[in-house]
Write a protein that binds this ligand. Structure first.
Ligand code: AHR
Length: 501
């Protein structure tokens, strides 16, 4: 058995937990929208055609903010297609996913769905095939109370009150050659700055996110962020980061994917701070990690149909225990960077690259990756603490020596509760973890669960939806000064400690 230790102290904090760290993403991609969140013929559908079985799972997941409508989809999207009477909406081709888009679900439905789900909507504007004028039209439609052409149009569509959308993404992955309307950094930076300034003339308090690189290994990573921010620094609040990982056979490296995500966050922060110094500004630019997940993207090309298809089955990855541990470790990383990562969206919510699966006319269920997200969203409260992890390491081909154990802890000063979330990345060795609690006198163990399985490739299915879920930790003990818990190989562990009495 390996041994590891964790030291924490309530005086050493990183930042408050941002609720927006627990964001998600709904894109018109595959079956995320159609037969995912929207299926009027489903037995659980409500008067708006929203699946209530899915809505219940979204609430249980603890999602705070949902980005919409894309993704690559947004770069060819006309928002006007998705408002007003459904009978008059056009059917279009969506080149991003080679899909037929009926527009029976659009902005008006998304905002109604968000209210029912209890999430904050986060909109992306199309800076691929469209630009500034459409962005400010969309803003007026959404947020102006009334008395103008577009705000009155919204009211005629049944939404008397403005939507009050506060966070806006200025396009999507504009550095990617696959993106409709892909642009060089200098050109995108100018357009992002112009669009952001115009949007601020309507509402100075908006949170605006410029596109960063599509992923860390883009050849222009770093240079793109620097060039965009040199032009848009004063007009935006955050720069986006995206990352997806998959197990291509080198499972040791895959389990350490969060090491790469951690380096990506550090790189983006360093680049933003370099521009800050260069421009002589005091304001800081934060990171909106608005797409992240495990995604078996190498399978995508065989899944996108050649024919234009309505709601094709693409990227319906069935996630394993191993995938859940990687997702858990990415959440640990995002939380650890709460001082600069002010929003994060797991991509996506339902069916496509998702935590929740739903069959047309059939059941909805929790994938393995649902659980670390739901637990972190429920347990992480108060301040993120600085955590010193003393862990053995293991060798990986992609990232060199990495710690076997990774962990984050939060402390809620109001309730006195402490949450510790940790992973064991070893495929063969259990780890006895000792958590030093001397700085938290009087706490007792309130809850300890583990997600692991003898078969690290076990997954949940429609037939066996509960095959993988967190279970009570068989051997967690706390003597008031120290918590000892055995972390099985390839495991996600969640511990809550509460004041005695
Ligand atoms: O989430 C799936 C896709 O991944 C998004 O459309 C795009 O932004 C990213 O490349």
């Amino acid at each position: 058995m390996l041994r590891a230790g964790i030291s924490i102290d309530p005086a050493f904090t990183v930042a408050p937990v941002n609720r927006r760290t627990f964001g998600s993403f709904v894109e018109h991609m595959g079956r995320c929208v159609y037969t995912g969140i929207h299926e009027p013929e489903h037995p659980t559908a409500d008067e708006d055609g929203f699946r209530q079985d899915v809505l219940e799972l979204v609430r249980e997941l603890g999602v705070s903010v949902v980005r919409y409508p894309g993704g690559n989809f947004v770069s060819g999207y006309r928002w006007e297609d998705g408002v007003g009477p459904v009978s008059g909406r056009p059917r279009r081709l969506d080149p991003a996913w080679r899909s037929l888009e009926p527009n029976t679900f659009g902005l008006d439905e998304f905002v109604r769905w968000s209210r029912k789900a209890g999430v904050e909507p986060m909109m992306a504007v199309n800076l691929g095939t469209r630009g500034l004028q459409e962005a400010i039209d969309l803003l007026e439609y959404c947020n102006h109370p009334g008395g103008t052409a577009l705000s009155d149009l919204r009211r005629r569509h049944g939404a008397e009150q403005p939507y009050g959308i506060g966070t806006w993404c200025l396009g999507n992955e504009m550095d990617g050659p696959w993106q409709l309307g892909h642009k060089p950094a200098a050109e995108y930076g100018r357009i992002a700055a112009e669009t952001a300034s115009a949007m601020r003339q309507f509402d100075a308090g908006l949170q605006l996110v410029a596109c960063g690189s599509s992923y860390r290994h883009m050849p222009t990573f770093g240079a793109w962020e620097a060039e965009v921010l040199e032009r848009a620094y004063d007009s935006v609040d955050a720069i986006s980061a995206h990352a997806y990982y998959e197990d291509t056979g080198d499972t040791a490296s895959f389990l350490a994917s969060a090491v790469d995500m951690d380096a990506q966050i550090r790189d983006v922060v360093a680049t933003a701070d370099h521009v800050r110094a260069k421009l002589g500004r005091s304001k800081r630019i934060d990171v909106s990690f608005d797409e992240w997940n495990v995604w078996y993207v190498s399978r995508l090309s065989q899944q996108v149909p050649e024919e234009w298809t309505f709601a094709p089955r693409i990227s319906e990855d069935a996630y394993t225990v191993t995938d859940a541990v990687v997702v858990g470790s990415m959440l640990i990383t995002l939380l650890r960077h709460s001082d600069r990562v002010t929003a994060a969206c797991q991509a996506q919510l339902v069916n496509t690259i998702s935590s929740i699966r739903a069959e047309p006319g059939g059941p909805a269920w929790r994938q393995t990756i649902f659980h670390p997200f739901a637990q972190a969203a429920r347990l992480a409260r108060g301040q993120v603490l600085q955590v010193v992890v003393d862990s053995p390491t293991y060798g990986t081909e992609k990232y060199g020596e990495v710690p076997v154990v990774d962990a984050v802890a939060t402390h809620d000063e109001d309730t006195g509760e402490l949450a510790v979330l940790c992973v064991n990345r070893s495929q063969t060795e259990a780890v006895e973890l000792a958590l030093d609690l001397r700085a938290f006198p009087g706490v007792r163990l309130a809850e300890a669960t583990v997600l692991a399985d003898e078969d690290r490739l076990a997954a949940n299915t429609a037939e066996a939806p509960e095959r993988v879920r967190p279970r009570g930790h068989p051997d967690a003990v706390c003597d008031g000064e120290r918590l000892r818990v055995v972390l099985p190989p390839v495991s996600w562990n969640a511990v809550r400690l509460a004041p005695t009495g």
